[in-house]
Design a protein around this ligand. Structure first.
Ligand SMILES: [Zn+2]
Length: 669
């Protein structure tokens, strides 16, 4: 999993491009990005400030934020658009069963606090009765199976219930989907929250135990304090079994194929027949167990811990899971712990904000349809696709010229390039929500039904051939989703908007901005991140030892170059730490430039506002990375660098946000 970079170190690139005087102007609808420049600076001396000087002088960092950049602008703009679309859908009574009706009614039911309050805890009664009816290991296992959660993906190591499923092609065979079983079951975001012996984490556990007690009291369970202590102890034992975060960065540790019969032998404790039957996958023959220790350890706890303790644990997690669609006291207690204590958020967001997030989480592609209809028409998609075609053509021409790659590896790289699937804007086939019923005034029921719908939809894929064009990111999210397994990349409509990409605007700027960003991501398929995945996304290193040695030798120059950049007198960049991203930036820029030239088909580009196409290309690239940043934030960024395979960092981000109903969080631009 690779994300758009989170840092703007490329601003430090000593881009020595000298812009020469250009001939006559031509009219254009493109927004005037030249007003952000500082022409008093020589571009050859400091291209970043030449391109961005005026903008940097006026940009202000919003209160409470560490920085301000183009992405922040896009996120704010897109959030407002999504809010307007959803609220308009709620205010309009659209045709029954239409996408707009479902989106509008989901939102309307969520903000209808009167109805939620009036129902009290009654919506949980059926489920609470099922928990109370658990009497032995078989019925406990069956109940646990019914909670199998598909609201996870390969990033989310801690599923909301004890196990989660991610349906994706396997690491060894690309034709069909596989059941990837993920560990879960922890109430706090990270394993270390339970195991870290520092005073800070010990204090967090005390607060968590109080929170569990408060939730049990709200659920009407007597003797909450002592029960809470025991529930925390159970979760600590689950955490001890969990694979550490560091393992998330190593895909080879996650590729553990198990047959159905292996569970009884390798992970005794759970009644696996009962578990898988209740989960709706009794016939599933094969699994990939992402974290074997999490599965064996949790299964052992099913065998060893008391039934009553498990029932308390399940009551707490049930009420927690639905806290946002239960009466105010529950939602407030939930936020007091997860919002304020865990995430440092103050004050509690207004209800509409949570409702927007919940609607996006439940009906992501339904909201996405409304978004694309309004903001990313088919013409925009066609133009973005044409740019991607040029980028692929540019890579096809560049790969044979690589000096560090052997001839046999180049053949494999070209095969992989030919197999790469890139989606732009929105899916060609939307999720069909016709079987999902959404009603006004039933927030709890809507959430339950949406979860069941998404779970069944995911599990149904296990019987289908793998679809390499499966759409992975909601169009209204500003972001990209890069998967090496399968060999696919998806760039959302939210990302493909000005100033990154203007479907009506200047091609040179589009290629220099969004084009360079997409080319950056493509390059990861062929670098030290992607070299362990073949054309079909199967695990297997396709480089030779000699390729690797030559790659490192060439990369050493970039390491040395970046070691020499010191934005503060006592602070220099660690070239090695940021190497992978810098290689991708360089490859992305060079390839996007080639693609831009290809797009001209031999004709000269027009001159706009005194700038040639090539000048606008590099100007857009430099402006893409502008960022107003506090010194403290810059120091943090440089200290942190960029981790090689991202897993742990992104995972904790997903965790933190998922707690508040945002299922799909893919960032950065
Ligand atoms: Zn990258």
């Amino acid at each position: 999993m690779v994300f758009f970079r989170t840092t703007a170190l490329v601003a430090l690139l000593a881009c020595a491009l000298a812009l020469s005087a250009a001939p006559a102007d031509q009219n254009t609808s493109t927004p005037d990005s030249t007003q952000d420049m500082d022409r008093s600076i020589k571009p050859g001396d400091d291209f970043y400030h030449y391109a961005n000087g005026a903008w940097l002088r006026t940009a202000t960092i919003p209160a409470g934020q560490p920085s301000y950049d183009t992405r922040a602008i896009l996120v704010a703009r897109t959030s407002q658009r999504v809010r307007d679309l959803i609220q308009q859908a709620a205010a309009t009574h659209s045709a029954e069963s239409s996408v707009a009706q479902k989106v509008g009614d989901y939102y309307a039911s969520f903000v209808d606090e009167g109805s939620i309050q009036a129902k009290g805890m009654a919506p949980l009664a059926d489920e609470m009765a099922l928990i109370s009816a658990i009497t032995n290991k078989a019925s406990l296992s069956a109940y646990l199976g019914s909670t199998l959660n598909s609201e996870v993906d390969g990033l989310t190591g801690n599923a909301d219930h004890i196990f989660g499923v991610w349906v994706n092609q396997s690491f060894t065979e690309s034709e069909h989907y596989v059941f990837h079983l993920l560990q879960g079951g922890l109430g706090m975001p990270d394993r270390d929250d339970y195991l870290d012996q520092s005073a800070k984490m010990a204090a967090l556990r005390v607060q968590y135990q109080s929170h569990i007690a408060a939730m049990l009291k709200l659920a009407g369970v007597a003797d909450g304090e002592s029960r809470a202590a025991r529930v925390l102890t159970l979760e600590i034992r689950i955490a001890q079994a969990h694979a550490p975060d560091a393992d998330a960065a190593d895909v080879f540790k996650q590729n553990n194929p198990w047959k159905r019969a292996d569970f009884d032998v390798k992970a005794p404790g759970m009644d696996w027949d009962a578990y898988f039957k209740a989960a709706g996958v009794a016939e599933q023959p094969e699994f990939v167990v992402w974290q074997p220790s999490g599965v064996t350890g949790t299964s052992a706890l099913v065998g060893s811990e008391g039934i009553d303790l498990w029932k308390d644990y399940l009551r707490v997690h049930l009420i927690e899971h639905y806290a946002n669609v239960l009466p105010k006291g529950v939602a407030a207690e939930h936020f007091a712990f997860y919002g304020t204590i865990v995430s440092g958020m103050q004050p509690m967001p207004d209800r509409s904000q949570d409702a927007i997030a919940a609607t996006n989480a439940a009906l992501g592609q339904a909201v996405g349809q409304l978004y694309a209809q309004r903001y990313f028409p088919p013409e925009a998609k066609a133009r973005a696709k044409a740019m991607v075609s040029d980028l692929i053509a540019a890579y096809r021409a560049r790969i044979p010229n690589l000096t560090w790659m052997s001839a046999q590896t180049k053949d494999k790289a070209l095969t992989k390039l030919a197999a790469l699937r890139i989606g732009v804007g929105y899916p060609d086939r939307w999720i069909d929500y016709s079987t999902l019923e959404v009603k006004r005034s039933d927030a709890f029921g809507n959430m339950r039904k949406a979860e069941a719908f998404n779970r069944l939809r995911n599990l149904a894929k296990l019987k289908e051939a793998a679809d390499p064009d499966e759409w992975r990111i909601d169009p209204q999210i500003v972001g990209a989703f890069i998967l090496f397994t399968p060999n696919t990349e998806t760039f959302s409509a939210g990302l493909l908007q000005p100033p990154y990409f203007d479907s009506q605007g200047d091609a040179a700027s589009n290629y220099g901005s969004a084009g360079a960003g997409i080319a950056h991501e493509i390059s990861h398929s062929f670098d030290e991140l992607g070299n362990i995945y073949d054309a079909q996304g199967r695990l297997g290193n396709w480089w030779t030892t000699e390729d690797l040695a030559k790659y490192h030798a060439a990369a050493a120059k970039l390491v040395a170059q970046f070691n020499g950049y010191c934005p503060l007198s006592d602070l220099c960049v660690n070239g090695k730490q940021v190497l992978t991203e810098n290689i991708a930036d360089l490859a992305g820029l060079l390839t996007a430039h080639d693609a831009y030239i290809l797009s001209l088909k031999g004709k000269p580009d027009v001159v706009i506002r005194g700038l040639t196409g090539e000048q606008r290309f590099f100007l857009a690239f430099a402006q893409r990375w502008r960022k107003a940043q506090s010194e403290a934030a810059l120091r943090r960024q440089i200290a942190r660098g960029i981790s090689k395979r991202y897993g742990a960092k992104c995972r904790s981000m997903v965790q933190g946000l998922r707690r508040h109903g945002r299922r799909q969080v893919v960032s950065e631009a």
